[in-house]
Design a protein around this ligand. Structure first.
Ligand code: CTP
Ligand code: MG
Length: 175
């Protein structure tokens, strides 16, 4: 289907987006982005989307990208592969795109009257990825093979990390 090298390359590229999506639950934010406001009787976004989480996600995503940038040649020789070199714009667009995509996902869930924290299969796993890919497409054209790999692998990794976050009590629910 696809090779190990292509898988590593795709994961390397998207890593800031994964970190941007994984860090908000650790921050325990208290200030909802929607200021608790409603749109047609349902919360605009809900208590699961906080200002602290959004800013923290972007900051940690960017930090991850800076580490990837700083140790780029070391990582390349470690994996023995030619990796995509991260740039400031790629790093920022991946991180902010992931956060915005996740927020857009919650906006959609609330419009379909799915309560905060209730599962929306595929939307929960892919919203941040779509956001990151759309944002980064402004400056970098990722190959369709890489995009396909990420669309397939992300829900699996998302599910595994959420299971871990649930059992280590970082998250209240395993999705
Ligand atoms: N989180 C946050 N701010 C964000 C995104 C996430 O504070 N911008 C935190 C919240 O504590 C949230 C947790 O990370 O509960 C997990 O995120 P997610 O699964 O996306 O939110 P849910 O609580 O499941 O809410 P929703 O139904 O809107 O997805
Ligand atoms: Mg959720």
């Amino acid at each position: 289907m696809f090779t190990y090298a292509e898988l590593v390359r795709a994961l390397w590229f998207i890593l800031p987006a994964y970190i941007a999506n994984a860090s908000p639950p650790l921050l325990r934010g208290r200030h909802p982005i929607d200021f608790k406001k409603k749109l047609k009787k349902a919360r605009i976004l809900g208590d699961g989307k906080t200002i602290e989480g959004a800013i923290g996600g972007i900051v940690f995503g960017c930090l991850c990208g800076l580490i990837q940038m700083y140790f780029f040649s070391d990582f390349q020789s470690f994996f023995g592969l030619t990796l995509i070199p991260p740039t400031y714009s790629v790093i920022f667009l991946l991180s902010s795109g992931a956060v915005v995509g996740d927020i857009a996902g919650s906006f959609l869930k609330r419009r379909f009257r799915i309560d905060r924290g209730r599962p929306a299969p595929l939307l929960d796993q892919l919203d941040f990825l779509v956001g990151a890919l759309v944002f980064v497409s402004i400056v970098y054209k990722l190959s369709s093979v890489n995009i396909l790999i990420l669309v397939i692998i992300t829900p699996i990794l998302h599910w595994l990390t959420n299971l871990f976050a649930y059992y280590s009590r970082i998250k209240d629910v395993p999705w």
